[in-house]
Design a protein around this ligand. Structure first.
Ligand code: FES
Length: 164
């Protein structure tokens, strides 16, 4: 359980908020949970909800809304392609389809070796630079804009080979 392993970290988070507003701690709590498990399961959402006095559905809606949180296990790196309308009008859907084909996965799927999960997300605030995606991994979040499928494939293969 998160609350047993991270008792002091959770208390440190909660002290940043007024006692009657502890629900405001939901984002750092989810971040802590995701750091531990790599994703946020239904059980963890329920635990976080219990700690903060929220309904599990409220926590689930936050996890579902933000592309920074994952509700299922994925690859070592998340390749998150913006497929929102402005990017879609600049070929994001075809880009995503072709990139997935190069790596033998369906959109939302994880490569065989577990290196990448390639998924579509909503606007990443680079609407004039489509096709674009962000890569989330242990080192943070990295934007890649004005991409072609060839360049994206090279980038991912370099990352896989530890060359970047
Ligand atoms: S619509 Fe793709 S970054 Fe905004």
């Amino acid at each position: 359980m998160l609350s047993e392993k991270y008792h002091s970290e959770i208390n440190a988070i909660l002290t940043k908020y007024p006692p009657d507003q502890k629900r405001s701690a939901v984002m750092p709590m989810l971040y802590l949970a995701q750091s531990e498990y790599g994703y946020i399961s239904q059980a963890v959402m329920a635990e976080v909800a219990g700690i903060l006095g929220l309904e599990p559905t409220q926590v689930a809606s936050i996890v579902g809304f933000y592309s920074l949180y994952y509700d299922h296990k994925g690859g070592v790196r998340r390749v998150q392609i913006c497929a929102d309308l402005p990017c879609a009008l600049h070929g994001a859907d075809k880009f995503a389809e072709d990139l997935c084909a190069r790596f033998g996965v369906k959109l939302g799927g994880t490569t065989k070796g577990g290196e990448f999960t390639i998924e579509a997300v909503m606007c990443l605030a680079a609407c004039d630079k489509a096709p674009m995606f962000q890569i989330q991994d242990a080192t943070g979040i990295h934007y890649h804009e004005n991409m072609t499928v060839d360049r994206a494939e090279r980038l991912l293969n370099d990352l896989k080979d530890g060359m970047r």
